[in-house]
Write a new protein. Structure first.
Length: 99
């Protein structure tokens, strides 16, 4: 199965992504410390978001397959950027809170 996500550069360090299957849109903006205005998620914020959402989704599938409730469950993901060049995600840490 394939998924198509179309990304467009909007200018002023903003992008817009469109998920073709659902027609859902989301925007990104560069971080303040990377010349952006931090008006919404940065691309690297989405990396941390994907990790947290993936963890909870897999846990939800497992819970469903074994007949138990997972709610309320939450994941906090901390993304740390490098302080040296090239700019990159240096580390990620996730904490999951179970009911």
């Amino acid at each position: 199965m394939s998924t198509v996500v179309t990304c467009r550069y909007l200018g002023d360090l903003e992008t817009e992504a469109r998920h073709e299957g659902s027609a859902t849109h989301l925007r990104t903006d560069a971080l303040l410390d990377n010349n952006g205005k931090a008006r919404t998620f940065s691309p690297t914020d989405l990396l941390a978001t994907a990790l947290g959402a993936c963890l909870l989704t897999i846990m939800g599938i497992t819970a469903c397959n074994h007949g138990f409730e997972l709610e309320p469950c939450a994941a906090d993901v901390v993304k740390t950027m490098s302080t040296t060049s090239p700019r990159r995600v240096d580390s990620r840490a996730a904490r999951v809170a179970l009911p």
